[in-house]
Design a protein around this ligand. Structure first.
Ligand code: NAP
Length: 283
């Protein structure tokens, strides 16, 4: 069994990005603008992680904090203002938003060329058309992990548990584009453990503590655990029962230090990509 530490791969990616940013000496620097509505403690901690990552690679960030009670119209107004700010390359609205705000309408108002979370319908369309665009960070990070650990994807049976727009659906599409044969499972899938037992690559993105045990995993499978759950002791645990599965899997990602750091690394990479594209377009 090999443990794939996303935290180590993320360090390599950040080092490479820092070198690229260093080459921009004298030029405008890439900038990410994060919009945080309210005081959700988990969101605050995610935003801090993003800010830290951005500063580590020498890029700029700005966090705009808005009151929980802001109206949807005022939030959209704010986004439109940032869309037109030429010093900003990436815009990220930290989810979840308060219940009175429609998340989809908010995302649709982000300039797609600054949509570094890859959630705008334009970018989702680009992903499905297999064209250039900005794509969601977590699935991008999973593909990058597999590639950087020389794990063959082409021709493999990949099973994804979860079909969210953030993780399950886009990782299924990305694995398909890497020529895997992909099965996407969800809460209505019958005989889930049997379906998963066919997987050479098993990606688990459910949001249920230690849901996947050795009964779901084929000998030698690659197991990618996307889940982030807090257990009764307040510790972070994945959707996979790591101790139960680790001796069957050929590769497995831990939680924490697995997919999470890769998500941030790909956000930095998307911000740099958006910057380069805008510089190219604006000359
Ligand atoms: P989500 O939107 O809640 O989607 C969960 C998916 O799991 C749904 O498609 C659901 O099926 C499926 N599911 C739920 N119970 C199931 C069951 N018993 N059997 C089979 N499928 C089941 O969650 P998400 O946003 O994709 O996130 C999933 C997990 O990943 C969460 O723990 C989240 O915190 C974590 N996450 C981690 C990162 C990271 O950077 N590491 C990033 C994003 C998310 P239906 O569609 O049928 O309801």
């Amino acid at each position: 069994m090999n443990i794939i530490y996303g935290s180590e791969i993320a360090l390599d990616i950040k080092k490479e990005l820092k070198e690229k940013v260093n080459l921009l000496k004298g030029k405008r620097l890439p900038k990410l603008c994060v919009i945080l509505v309210g005081n959700n403690p988990a969101s605050l901690s995610y935003v801090r992680g993003k800010e830290k990552g951005i500063s580590e690679v020498g890029m700029l960030s700005e966090v705009i904090r808005l009151d929980e009670s802001i109206s949807e119209a005022n939030l959209i107004e704010k986004i439109k203002f940032i869309n037109s700010d030429d010093s900003v390359d990436g815009i990220l609205v930290q989810m979840p938003l308060p219940k009175h705000i429609n998340e989809n309408r908010v995302i649709e108002n982000i300039d797609p060329s600054k949509d570094v979370d890859g959630l705008h319908p334009y970018n989702i369309g680009k992903l499905y058309l297999k064209e250039e665009g900005l794509f969601p960070c977590t699935p991008l990070g999973i593909i990058e992990m597999l590639k950087r650990r020389d794990i063959e994807i082409s021709g493999k049976n990949a099973v994804v548990i979860g079909r969210s727009k953030l993780v399950g659906n886009p990782i299924s599409k990305m694995l398909l584009d890497e020529n895997a044969t992909v099965t996407t499972c969800h809460s209505r899938t019958k005989n889930l453990s049997e379906v998963c037992k066919n997987a050479d690559i098993l990606v688990v993105a459910i949001g249920r503590e230690k849901f996947v045990n050795k009964n779901f995993v084929k000998e030698g499978a690659v197991v990618i655990d996307v889940g982030i759950n807090r257990n009764s002791e307040g510790k972070l645990v994945g959707d996979v029962d790591f101790d139960d599965v680790k001796d069957i899997a050929s590769y497995i990602t831990p939680v924490p230090k697995g997919v999470g750091p890769m998500t941030i690394a790909m956000l930095l990479s998307n911000t740099y990509k958006a910057y380069m594209k805008r510089e190219e377009v604006n000359g």
